[in-house]
Design a protein around this ligand. Structure first.
Ligand code: XMP
Length: 517
């Protein structure tokens, strides 16, 4: 285990990933964690992340110097590098010249940290202060035009640092430098693989759940599927998976999802609630109201499933019986909500029909330590179908928020046809992995005049919204080739009778969101 001490969340997650890419397991801890607690985790090395501030700024996060003298290997990056320099008696000063972005660095003496790195190369910097004198015992390895000490190491104490950000993509040889620290200076063994995480989690879940039982709501997406698959490995058929078919999936999707799930999960409860959802949405046009209704119906359906699964669990006196709820929470969500180890226990709501009042639910979250692409890798390790592992994101409320206006069965059918054509053409053009998502939106309350055959038509427009993105937080409209757009447009207007116009959404996010509602 390598602990990444977070002095400003911007880069810490990326560092943790890069460490794992070097096949060493790592986790992030906040800089406010007492050193004793960090040492209690028995890390093999410590990495000090970058941070937003100058070490001299008021309220700048500090470093307990005992972390540097605990005998553990420590690597400082950017702000972490300066904290290290200052904490060990070096000198950090505002040089007046700031370096932001791409910077040329000169390797003066490669040492171990910069071995085999080109003498001049480009790195990503972001700092105002500079280390002007290295602490005693350190050799200075590199410099830039404005920074006399841009990298240093002390092999005896196994301490090293760089002024730049080796973790970002724009830094050349960043991974190489990080690996020199981890493998050659700190002596971390390269044992981390996706298989380890599965085995570790399986063990942990067995210990946590014991002879208890668990339930998991599957959405159709990759996170809940992988989480459930890991838990099933641990406790077998004492896990029940619930898939709620809300009737707003795309053409053929429910069948695909059902087939995939049936293949993977032993105890699968498929609840056909399509009528219940569509009826509940009757007459509703306001997007937030639609979302609330869909959320409410989902909870109702899932609670009914829970009541069935746990019906015979009788609460014991006092603590109550424990039932487990599996969730596909990812590491970024954990960090965002303030971190915290272990599992939290949530009290079951009183409106959980049929469940004893003092039954408690404990969370099982096997993906708490993983990033999205790691989840996909674990999914492949577990042999899950690739349709499951590589599914593009699809919103929980489904087509319900892609019909602008009231959701009806007829409109859902219309949209399903148009959407199927658009997806088919995208796949045929080989663009599935280049495009993050391509919602097709039915403007159900809008009509436009057209001419089809010899007659006037008065049909609906559909909008196609292909976007590129890395995390859905921001997105750009995808420049689909005109001939692909043309095929989509021609086919939809020919094959879907009630649609006589196809419109392309050319809005980035922000200001537009990816979905229309
Ligand atoms: P927006 O429209 O906010 O969407 O740009 C960002 C990403 O989130 C997906 N999305 C949802 N996913 N439940 C989900 O599971 C939802 O209610 C939901 N709403 C939007 C959307 O498809 C995009 O990938």
């Amino acid at each position: 285990l390598v602990l990444v001490v977070d002095f400003g969340a911007q880069y810490a997650q990326l560092i943790a990933r890069r460490v794992r890419e070097a096949r060493v397991y790592s986790e992030i801890v906040p800089h406010t964690m007492p050193v004793a607690d960090m040492l209690a985790r028995r890390p093999k090395a410590i990495i000090l992340s970058g941070g937003p501030s100058s070490v001299y700024a008021e309220g700048a996060p500090g470093l307990d110097p005992t972390l540097l003298t605990a005998g553990l290997p420590v690597f400082g990056m950017c702000y972490g590098f300066q904290l290290m320099a200052r904490g060990l008696g070096g000198e950090v000063a505002p040089t007046g010249a700031r370096e932001y972005g791409r910077t040329e660095v000169r390797v003066d003496d490669p040492g171990t940290l910069l071995a085999d790195v080109p003498a001049e190369h480009r790195v990503w910097m972001s700092h105002g202060d500079s280390v002007v004198a290295a602490p005693e015992g350190f050799s200075v390895l590199a410099s830039t035009d404005v920074t006399p000490v841009a990298a240093f190491e002390d092999l005896t104490r196994r301490l090293a640092g760089v002024q730049w950000h080796p973790e970002v993509m724009h830094t050349e040889h960043g991974q190489q430098v990080l690996e020199h620290f981890l493998h050659d200076i700190a002596g971390c063994r390269q044992t981390w693989t996706m298989l380890n995480i599965v085995e570790e989690q399986v063990e942990a879940i067995r210990a946590q759940v014991g002879e208890g039982r668990a339930i998991c709501a599957l959405s159709g997406g990759v996170d809940s599927a992988v989480a459930a698959a890991i838990v099933q490995r641990a406790i077998g058929d004492r896990l029940t998976c619930v898939y709620v078919d809300h009737g707003m999936m795309r053409l053929g999707e429910t069948d695909q999802v059902r087939r995939d799930f049936e293949e993977v999960f032993d105890e699968l409860d498929v609840v056909d609630a399509a009528d219940q959802f569509v009826d509940a949405l009757a007459g509703v046009t306001e997007p937030e109201e639609k979302r609330k209704i869909i959320g409410r119906e989902f909870i109702r359906t899932f609670e009914a499933a829970q009541a069935r699964v746990f019906a015979d669990l009788v609460p014991t006196s006092g603590e109550g019986e424990t039932a487990y709820l599996v969730q596909g929470t990812l590491y970024p969500d954990v960090v965002e909500s303030g971190g915290g180890a272990g599992t939290s226990t949530i009290k079951s709501h009183h409106n959980v029909g049929g469940l004893p009042d003092d039954l408690t639910f404990a969370l099982v979250e096997p993906l708490r330590v993983l990033f999205k692409d790691e989840v996909r890798a674990v999914g492949e390790q577990l042999g899950l179908p690739s349709t499951m592992v590589w599914r593009q994101p699809f919103p929980g409320p489904g087509l319900g928020i892609r019909i602008i206006g009231e959701v009806t069965r007829e409109r859902l059918d219309l949209l399903r046809q148009a959407d199927a054509i658009a997806r088919e053409e995208l796949t045929r053009a080989g663009l599935d992995r280049d495009i993050w998502q391509m919602p097709v939106v039915l403007l159900a309350d809008v009509h436009s005049v057209g001419v089809q055959g010899d007659g006037r038509t008065y049909g609906h427009p559909v909008v196609i919204r292909p976007v590129t993105s890395e995390d859905a937080m921001t997105a750009d409209w995808a420049r689909l080739p005109f001939d692909v757009l043309e095929r989509i447009s021609t086919r939809i207007t020919n094959e879907v009778e009630a649609v006589n116009r196809v419109v392309l959404d050319v809005t980035s996010k922000p200001p537009g969101t990816i979905e229309w509602e």
